[in-house]
Design a protein. Sequence first.
Length: 557
Amino acid sequence: MITDVRRRSRTILEGPDRAPARAYLKGIGFDDEALARPIVGIANTWTETMPCNFHLRRLAERVKDGVRAAGATPMEYNTIAVSDGITMGTEGMKASLVSREVIADSIELVARGHLFDAVVALSGCDKTLPGCVMALARLDVPSLMLYGGSIAPGRFQGREVTIQDVFEGVGAHAAETMSDAELAELEDNASPGAGACGGQFTANTMATAFEVLGISPMGSGMVPAEDGRKGQVAEDCGRLVVEMLERDLRPSAVITRGSLENAIASVAASGGSTNAVLHLIALAREAEVPLSIDDFDRVSSATPLLADLKPGGRFVATDLYRAGGVRLIAKRLLDAGILHAEEMTVTGRTIGEEAASAEEREGQEVVRPLERPLKATGGLAVLRGNLAPEGCVVKVAGHERLDHRGPARVFESEEDAFAAVKARSIVEGDVVVIRNEGPAGGPGMREMLGVTAALVGEGLGESVALLTDGRFSGATRGLMAGHVAPEAFRGGPIAGVRDGDTIVFDITGRELRVELSDDELRARVDAYSPPPASYRSGVLAKYSRHVSSAAEGAVTS
């Protein structure tokens, strides 16, 4: 317990010389009693540009109710959010990963500027989750992250659907296996309200990871966005952060090497998004905890794939919630001896204690028993080789192919690749190579869901492979290698690949290679000139100059 829960806010609000600061705040409704309490910043990523974060303004009010009930004063502030799904396949998608840094920077700046005693950060869409937690790690004041929750599935032709089905419907429409009317009906019904994408895509992957890591209260994230219980979860988080303040429980006690490995294991066990590699490495950098891309392969290799979740499986996040939630996944990891059970969480209980209290719904099929996993090893693999000396990431959940050998079809941008897919010029056996989409070269490391989903929609998902120095959506499925590093823009070997070169994926051997001699590949890379920079000024140009390799989390420094 600490003796002065106002040791930060007291500096800015107490004493005769702080009368001007109090005057400003009294003019907008804060009285002497409110200003004499600890001040809790409510960092909100609310926006009206997407369903993922659309409901967070309402949820923030309930968080503030909890803060007030616990004897503190909340002050809400906002930051940005960029929708991956809406911007997908356009120039706008280049802003998505960049937004993670802006979110972290802006949450940090307001909290430092106003000397908040504690912080609750509300997240929704993909980059808002790691952006929020990166800021909390930097600030290291008592704080937690609350995820707004998943959208409910839509219904189309008698079955449940998600936004993944719409992206794949575009490919089916191009292949003339889905009519205009069917695509329109699917579009009208796939996204039926507020909340983040329903599968174990990036948002739900990171929500799972952050509950198991311990920075989000166990049981908070998987309550669906429009479930009536979500408001009570938010209010409980408001009360909890004040308890954390009284105990001086800070992120540095929660974000450790062990808890990061727990988070990785939860991603592997749930078949989660490859974007977790970028985000957890970035968080580790902020927390000054050593973590490398190879740690993901090591942990995933020792972790069974247990959750039968989309995009590779049958179920969505609302099904996981009813089955027993993230706590059930943590319980499986505990029983398997994989979980570092002693790691602390924001609730004040260890992750082992949280996992032990799991309640599994009788007859549920979402999370497999340990003796009957979907696969013996987890959903992520890290490959190296002459095309990816710094590594690349493959999701191996949901498909059985562990190797592929085929001719390269090389494209200098996502748009060029999508045009080829739409024109049906990609054929069975091809390896689609998309370069100049990395952190610096994009800039912004766009996701390739438009391309990958269209390939699946055309019926090529099991017969082609794809590699890129860009990213994949959590909704991507098929044999796809992302985060190929170094990227083409910075002289990576992917720059030397030409149409017709033979590319080999060897998942078992953890290798991605092109069948060229070292001398030939080096000569080609030396002769390659990437396209001119798309942005010469503004935030994207600044990001391109300062961003690190994907293998280092694509962080700015």
